[in-house]
Design a protein around this ligand. Structure first.
Ligand SMILES: *[C@@H]1O[C@H](CO)[C@@H](O)[C@H](O)[C@H]1NC(C)=O
Length: 281
């Protein structure tokens, strides 16, 4: 997505009609194609595994690289994005990276932007703002009151660390994006439900628990758009929640997948059964 975005493009105001046919916005096809437009972001990055193939949007990729060498590469970048949403291993590296960069701040020739893509799971146990009215919504400004799901303690600690190092925003601006469940482009947790649907081995798709829980979600390309906007705008607010505006429950989502790609039916199963589904991490 970013390799097709011209740096600063999101600063140009677009009217709503223009947005509908916005030609600068990369389509799904373009987002994965190699051709480089002039003035677009140049992407370098580490491969998720040494065996992964070189994605054609990247100018350079690294694998099995020492921390010392990695820091040299990071120092060459204007923007650093760490995606810790689905990988505990990346949490540790992200904390190291933001700390190591922070120590080098005095040598930065121009401002660097560090973006941590985290997850709304760091909000999962937040208490309602008003105990008598559980419908009062949280806003991003109240991020200090968030409470993490117990499995996401490392993630919330990484978030705090990243924000702490962003005090000198003129030289080193740091951001945390708490993303909803990511879907689209074959990735994400919903993949499991699509897979069950197309395998066609069960008469109904499983809904774990009563299914009334609202699932904050975001299409991965929209999340990429959020990241593009942060890079271009360097906003004042350093903690952002990135979720679709739609309010869908687990049951809504599974029903929709079942209706459109599967057997059409859903079946409620005890919550614990989710642990028996190997694909669901
Ligand atoms: C973050 O990583 C997860 C797991 O590797 C992946 O599914 C997701 O698409 C990534 N998101 C972004 C915005 O890079």
């Amino acid at each position: 997505f970013l390799s097709n975005c011209v740096v600063g493009a999101s600063l140009e105001e677009i009217t709503e009609e223009e947005e509908e046919e916005d030609e600068n916005k990369p389509t799904l096809l373009e987002a994965s194609s190699a051709k480089l437009k002039e003035g677009t972001f140049q992407i370098v990055g580490t491969l998720s595994t040494p065996e992964s193939h070189w994605p054609n949007f990247a100018v350079e990729t690294y694998s099995a690289i020492s921390r010392e060498d990695l820091l040299m590469r990071l120092l060459e970048c204007d923007v650093i994005v760490y995606n810790i949403t689905e990988s505990h291993q990346q949490v540790e590296e992200a904390i190291w990276a933001v700390s190591a960069l922070n120590e080098e701040v005095s040598h930065f020739e121009k401002r660097k932007v560090f973006i941590l893509v985290s997850t709304v799971m760091t909000w999962a146990r937040s208490r309602p703002l008003d105990p008598d009215d559980t419908e009062v919504p949280f806003t991003e400004e109240e991020y200090r009151r968030r409470r993490n799901h117990p499995n996401f303690l490392d993630h919330i600690n990484a978030e705090k660390m990243v924000l702490k190092f962003g005090k000198n925003a003129k030289k080193f601006a740091t951001y945390v994006v708490a993303a909803g469940l990511q879907y689209g482009v074959e990735g994400g947790i919903l993949h499991t439900f699509f897979k069950i649907a197309w395998l066609g081995e069960v008469p109904a798709l499983p809904v774990f628990g009563d299914g009334t829980n609202v699932i904050p979600a975001i299409h991965v390309l929209d999340l990429a758009g959020v990241i593009q906007n942060i890079i271009d705008h360097v906003p004042k607010l350093h903690y952002l929640v990135a979720v679709d505006e739609s309010v869908q429950t687990l049951e809504d989502i599974v029903k929709c997948i079942s209706k459109n790609t599967g057997p059409g039916k859903v079946q409620k199963l005890p919550k614990e059964n989710a642990f028996l589904t190997k694909d669901l991490t």
